[in-house]
Each structure stands twice: as C-alpha cells, then as structure tokens.
Unconditional design. Structure first.
Length: 301
C-alpha cells in the first residue's frame, strides 16, 4: 500500500462522525465534511446513517455505546431529537430544532448551526450585516425559526413574516417578541404566487428578503412584486441547486444582489466542524467540494 492510501484509510483510532436522516442518501454533508477532515489532517470519517423515526432513540444510544464523536441531524429528526439529548444550546432550544450533536464521553450536547450558517452566508456572499436592518422572511417553518433567531440575535431592527397562513407566522412573532424586545415584528398573509395581492406594506424600508420555504427546489417561481423592490435590497434564497434558483435569476434581472442556500449549507457545516474538532474548518474546502459535486450532477443529468 502506498503512503497516500495508507494515510487515508480508517484505523482503530479514526473518529467517526455522520448524519442521521430519513432519507439520507441525497445528503451532501459526507462529501464536504470528509474533504475538510482530509485537508485538515484529522483522522476522522463522516458517514450517512439511515435512521427511521421509530429508530431515533436507539440510534442516539448507539452514539454513546459506539463512541461516535458527533452527528448532524436532518429531516425528520431535527425537532424530535431535542428532548432526547442531555443538554441543548439555548439558541437551539428557542429554534426548536437541533442539527448538530457532540458526544462528549457519552454526554450528548445539541446545537443548531443553521442560523450561524445563514449569518456567515450573508456576510460572505452579500456583504450584509443584519445589525439595524429591516428583514422580510418568506415562510414560517423550521428554517424560518432558525433564520429569525440568528437575525434577531445579530441586531435586526425589524422582522416581517410573509406566509400563506398568517396564524402560524403570528405565533412566531408573539413568541419571539418576548425573547427579542429590541426587534419589531409584523405578519403579512400571502400565497407566494400572485404579485398583485402582495402586501406592499411588507416592503417598507426592507434591506433583505430571505426565502425560507422550499419554493424553487423544483423550479417554482416566487411572484415577488419586483417593480416595488429597490435594487439595493439583498435577496437570499435558502434553496440551492446545480444552477441558479429561479429567485436568484429574477433578482439578478432586477439588479438586486442575490445568493442561494449553498453558502448556508457550507456555513452550518463549517460551524459543526468547529464544534466537533475545536478548530476552524479549512477555508474554502467545503464550498469547493460541493461546487464540484453539483457541477458533476449538472452534466450527468
């Protein structure tokens, strides 16, 4: 065996990390985390674990028994896992979901790195600082909760929610207003498809629009009233694909800066890497690997 292959093999000392999900075979986390471990010279491997909902409790006990060092958690487990851990970070508790678990000598700590992943993406891709800003969030699901917590903690002056079901968004506004008294909240009902019915008041002084829904994942468009949006408004789409998302394409046509969710995936992954290893992820490695994978998928389709 040559030296390069010997260095990359799994040993008895290799630390094991992974991801729990159902399904999980589509996850890009293994390719980006393994690329980062290799670049950093860390003796570790990251693997996907297909864990069905009824198996979650047993899988968590397996972390303790097998000494698996850390796990990412994706759908449908992010909310349910919260109450099965030994300790949960305050922001993850407020978000109501955990996406990263650290196993420290059998004691399981839960974190949510989605919010900090968003903040890193906004800084890196859009040069956007949320402090004092006015933000409009499209959607009111789990991804929206993570975004709202991060943006409020970073000093956003106001958060507006646009959602098909106003009651769901209002519940979030009522809950978060108690935790973030320095941020103003507003709720606007809209079905995302008809620009003429868009609540114009939602756009007052807006600096950033974030799509937290899955619209765009299958090529759907969000019918924002672009003629009412200033080109200075930044657009962030949590959806990502091998090509630009419809929202990013539309934003570009109207002169708005835009970025898709690939950078958020990288940001949350880099923060999970730091939680597990205690060191920063090698700069640019995860993003480079993901872009290569998406490029290959694009040319295979």
């Amino acid at each position: 065996m040559n030296e390069a292959r010997e260095e990359s093999c799994v040993r008895g000392t290799t630390r094991v990390f992974g991801i729990f999900g159902d399904p999980v075979d589509h996850s890009l986390s293994p390719v980006m985390q393994n690329a980062a471990f290799e670049k950093a010279g860390i003796d570790a491997v990251y693997v996907p674990f297909h864990v069905r909902p009824q198996q979650l409790g047993g899988a968590l006990e397996g972390l303790r028994s097998l000494g698996i060092a850390g796990i990412n958690v994706t759908v449908p487990h992010k909310e349910r896992v919260l109450d099965l851990l030994d300790e949960v970070d305050a922001h993850a508790r407020l978000i109501g979901a955990v996406n990263t678990i650290l196993n420290r000598d059998g004691w399981l700590f839960g974190y949510n790195t989605d919010g900090i992943g968003l903040l890193e993406a906004l800084r890196a891709e859009l040069d956007f600082n949320p402090a004092g800003s006015h933000v409009l969030l499209l959607g009111a699901g789990g991804a929206c909760r993570a975004a709202a917590v991060a943006l409020c903690a970073a000093g956003a002056e106001s958060i507006g929610w646009v959602n098909r079901t106003a009651q769901r968004a209002q519940k979030l506004a009522d809950e978060f207003s108690a935790h973030f008294p320095g941020t103003e909240f507003a709720v606007y009902p809209w079905d995302f498809q008809e620009p003429s019915t868009f609540p114009v008041a939602a756009l007052a002084d807006v600096d950033l629009v974030v799509n937290t829904t899955t619209l765009g994942l299958k090529g759907e468009s969000i019918a924002l009233p672009w003629h009412l949006l200033s080109p200075r408004v930044s657009i962030y789409d949590m959806v990502y694909a091998s090509e630009k998302t419809p929202l990013c394409v539309q934003a570009g046509r109207h002169g708005c800066q835009a970025a898709d969710g690939l950078s958020m995936l990288v940001g949350q992954g880099e923060h999970a890497f730091r939680i597990w290893t205690g060191v920063p992820a090698p700069a640019g490695v995860m993003k480079k690997r993901l872009l290569a994978v998406l490029h290959d998928k694009k040319h295979q389709s």
